[in-house]
Design a binder for this molecule. Structure first.
Ligand code: DX5
Ligand code: ZN
Length: 217
């Protein structure tokens, strides 16, 4: 699968989201971090902002829900214009039902694992998903250091996906930069979220291109 880059607007200027979306020209997705101050100790944005953003950009929206009760909220984010919705398995009451509901509404269904959550207990869920997100930092904040100890988990997950003969995308999120993206790609990730590495750069579009080149090496 080709490398895909998903810049996280968590590191963008929230008062100029539409312009920030176009500044990351060449990105495959725009990663939108929804935080509720319960699942993670931080608060960002909700359904109305996603609705406006989806009207303001043609880049597909990659929603990352770091919230309690995703079973209730995820479908509303699809209706608000999300093209892909990631819920955390630690928060979902009925992950299979939720993934099916997201897919039935014509969005890609994705499930995220916090660093301490293993993949093995969820092997049977893989066919229900379009993407799996392996967090490479504790969710909640941008700009944290990449957790190298997640690399074996990425590798094992890629093997599991292969063993099941699935076409699942494998996303990494947290501390992904020009310095760490090659290791992630080598371990089997193919969708890369980058916040500070894109929006902390002088030209976000140049940063997107550089990340893609590093990952394709
Ligand atoms: C963190 C968020 C990330 C965050 C990544 O909980 O899920 O998407 O924006 O930021 P960087 O790339 O700066 O680590
Ligand atoms: Zn994220």
């Amino acid at each position: 699968m080709a490398v895909q880059i998903s810049p996280s607007i968590l590191s963008a200027d929230f008062s100029r989201l539409a312009e920030e979306a176009s500044a990351a020209a060449g990105a495959d997705w725009l990663h939108v971090d929804v935080m509720d101050n319960h699942f993670v100790p931080n608060l960002t944005l909700g359904v109305p902002v996603v609705e406006s953003l989806s009207r303001a950009t043609s880049t597909p929206l990659d929603l990352h829900l770091m919230i309690e009760d995703p079973d209730r909220w995820a479908p509303q984010y699809v209706e608000a214009g999300a093209d892909s919705v990631t819920f955390h398995v630690e928060a979902a009451a009925a992950p299979v039902r939720l993934a099916r509901e997201i897919r039935a509404k014509n969005a890609r269904a994705s499930m995220a694992l916090k660093p301490a959550t293993p993949i093995e207990p969820y092997e049977d869920l893989l066919p229900e998903l379009d993407m799996l997100l392996i967090m490479t930092v504790e969710p909640g904040f941008g700009g944290q250091a990449f957790l190298d100890i997640m690399l074996p988990k990425i590798r094992r997950t890629r093997e599991l996906i292969g063993r099941h003969g699935l076409e699942l995308w494998l996303q990494v999120d947290g501390g992904v930069s020009a310095a760490t993206i090659e290791r992630c790609a080598e371990a089997g990730a193919d969708v890369f979220v980058a916040g500070s590495a894109v929006y902390g750069a002088e030209d976000p579009a140049v940063a997107v291109r550089a990340l893609r080149e590093q990952a394709e090496k």
